[in-house]
Design a protein around this ligand. Sequence first.
Ligand SMILES: *Cc1c(COP(=O)(O)O)cnc(C)c1O
Length: 368
Amino acid sequence: MSIQFGPEYVRAIAPYQSGKPIAEVAREFGLDEAKIVKLASNENPLGMPESAKRAMFDAAAEVGRYPDANGFELKQSITTKYGVSPDWITLGNGSNDILELAAHAFVQPGQSVIYAEYSFAVYALATQAVGGRAIVVQAKDFGHDLAAMSEAIGADTRLIFIANPNNPTGTFLPASEIEAFLKAVPSHVVVVLDEAYNEYLAPELQYESIAWVKQYPNLLVSRTMSKAYGLAGLRVGFGIAQPVVTDLLNRIRQPFNVNSLAQAAAIAALNDTDFLQKSARMNADGYRQLTAAFEAMDLEYVPSCGNFVLVKVGDDDSAGADVNLALLKQGVIVRPVGNYGLPQWLRISIGLPEENEIFIAALKKALT
Ligand SMILES: *Cc1c(COP(=O)(O)O)cnc(C)c1O
């Protein structure tokens, strides 16, 4: 018998499945990289803002030195934008880092963590990595059933993950429902409100989660620079919570978890409101473009508030994988979601208008 290392709960982890990189698809299918359309990882199709690119190049001169471990200037930018003082902010190597820090800080092996069916895959990974016991609450209309999640809280529950909007389904919880939930959650249970797609919300859906942070010491709001801000490759995210929670996260994070290029670019991007507006506008247009095509093709989709849409491409459990392969052969990368328990569906990130067009044409071909 070969030796086994590590605890059983670590060995049981199924690795995260990311979107296929463009170069890999080009190699595998013998395609020209330049012609491949990637709509698989909810990235900003505009790429990074020019302002952030300039800031990053300027900062490159100093990469021989360690980054600012406390991210002073980046925290100042967040402070200005969100009206919380620096001791309420945790910087992360992507918001993924914040989610993991929360699991490490608050959950001991055997204690329970609650999240919804069809919610972000990292919640399961972060829970398993610390030996937490996952309580997966059945989805309601592809989204979070907050009443059922509240019911599921037990004496050993330490953490609850909520994504709003949710990935991969794009569902949205109105502010009133979240607020009622926060009121009902016992104060020793930390709630992570993951708002990775917040910047895409239509004005009439926007809400003030930072005001809740001021009211609830057990609330941690997480935000990312990877989606609407266009900095996915640099890995920057941040958490906002009261100092009792923030202090713990900062004790266990790596001292230099956000690199200096990422800090410089994030400061520029946070201040680039034009880029953010342009991203949101293009996303809204692309959403109409994709969903109009789905309707014309008589395909069911889940109404989305994010920068992606979940679409049903067949009734067989092989439909998602089959159509995905047919799309890959045409140089279009989308995300199969069989690992989420949605084998008949594909998640499509909203791209540039011409990318959406290429995808729609490829989908039509794949379905005939
Ligand atoms: C993309 C995403 C994140 C995190 O992305 P980072 O790049 O690690 O900041 C977090 N939560 C959800 C729901 C996401 O879809």
